[in-house]
Design a protein around this ligand. Structure first.
Ligand SMILES: *Cc1c(COP(=O)(O)O)cnc(C)c1O
Length: 374
């Protein structure tokens, strides 16, 4: 890296991302077309509301949805969609947050899907109503939980959370029969690209994606797609108006333009081609590390259930730990971040998503330096 690079000047060492689109390391990498759209957007003043509308309309068209809205992240999307379900179009209700006594203030979440992102809706003042148990969830439990105070059902569609949950289609069916909205957090659920429209086609009211993960937009962006009147209500809870709970989640014109360009690009990609590249990268990692004595596995689907493979390496019975390998890869030069198996088993993984072609031999060379596995 050049001496005058911003990270050099800050004394910060970047690394190669062979792990995942982790938020804590920057999500993904914006392609030049995205950076260029952001640069152009920054050059001129425009009416932010008009830009919001126009970009929302274009993204809705591109993603085959009734309506769309750019947010400052998928987490902001959670807050805004839930706020919209509570306050609707009513300005008095909009200003009631977080004091929601007497309003529809209950958000239904499967117990097995409870996670840190609860906090993104907690500040609205909602009451979370849990359904199901670690053993499973019944239709009856959902039906009984829906009442006059229900604002919406929040469903986290990542593979780690759906095993003990009701299938999404059943949640939608029950919600429909009771007139309740279903919001799906699909932040990291791309690919497949068709998830951009498949959830809404299945009857989900509002779907949330992260802009800075597979979409490769600015990290501080997210996307809401769904029913027109509900997306309009989400807009009402957001900036630039200053009297909204969403004002701290403002989206700048550069980020709006960046996400728009990223989605345009993502939809133009040859996804079959990307898919076969992922297979090739995984195969290369597996073959090269097998030659170093690692026990290798092609794993599918992706870490949260996405449509791509990755490579898993099993360190059980080798006398070495996945954790120590991760530390050594991270502290070497250049630093490489690898993933650790989520279930805490002694395995690590290499993910093809954010690895560039010229980084593959570098990563393999770093493994060679660690020496063969006995
Ligand atoms: C990453 C993620 C988010 C947050 O996304 P941001 O765009 O960083 O706000 C929310 N929910 C899930 C399931 C995620 O994976």
């Amino acid at each position: 890296m050049e001496d005058n690079h911003i990270y050099s000047r800050l004394g910060i060492r970047p690394f190669i991302n062979a792990a995942d689109s982790y938020t804590t390391i920057g999500g993904s990498r914006m392609p030049p077309a995205v950076l260029e759209a952001m640069r152009q957007a920054a050059e001129h003043f425009v009416e932010l509301d008009v830009l919001h509308d126009r970009i929302g309309e274009r993204i809705a068209e591109l993603t085959r949805n009734e309506a769309a809205m750019v947010t400052s992240g998928a987490a902001a999307g959670l807050a805004l969609t839930v706020a919209a379900c509570i306050a609707g179009e009513d300005p008095a209700k909009r200003r009631a947050f977080p004091h929601l006594e007497g309003l529809r203030n209950e958000v239904i979440i499967h117990r097995c899907q409870r996670n840190g992102f609860d906090m993104t809706v907690a500040h609205l003042g909602v009451t979370i109503v849990e359904i199901g148990s670690e053993a499973g969830t019944t239709a009856r439990e959902l039906e009984d939980a829906i009442g006059p105070r229900t604002a919406c059902i929040l469903y986290f569609d990542t593979s780690a959370f759906i095993r003990k949950a009701l299938p999404l289609d059943e949640v939608v069916r029950i919600a429909r029969s009771k007139g309740t909205a279903v919001i799906v957090d699909a932040a990291a659920q791309l690919p497949p690209v068709h998830n951009l429209w498949r959830y809404t086609q299945r009857g989900v009211d509002l779907v949330i994606f992260s802009g800075g993960k597979t979409l490769m937009g600015p990290q501080s962006t997210g996307l809401i797609v769904g029913r027109k009147e509900l997306v309009l209500m989400c807009r009402l809870q957001a900036g630039p108006a200053s009297d909204t709970i969403g004002r701290p989640m403002k989206v700048g014109r550069e980020e709006m333009a960046g996400l728009y360009a990223a989605i345009e690009l993502y939809l133009k990609h040859d996804h079959e081609e990307i898919r076969s590249r992922h297979e090739r990268v995984v195969e290369t990692f597996c073959n090269e590390l097998a030659a170093l004595g690692y026990s290798t596995n092609r794993v599918y689907p992706g870490p949260t259930g996405q449509d791509y493979p990755y490579a898993m390496f099993d360190m059980r019975g080798t006398g070495r730990t996945a954790e120590s390998i991760m530390q050594r890869m991270k502290s070497g030069e250049p630093a490489v971040l690898i993933g650790l198996a989520r279930d805490g088993s002694n395995q690590f993984f290499l993910n093809p998503l954010h690895v560039k072609d010229d980084e593959i031999p570098i990563i393999i060379e770093r493994f060679r330096e660690l020496g063969p596995v006995e």
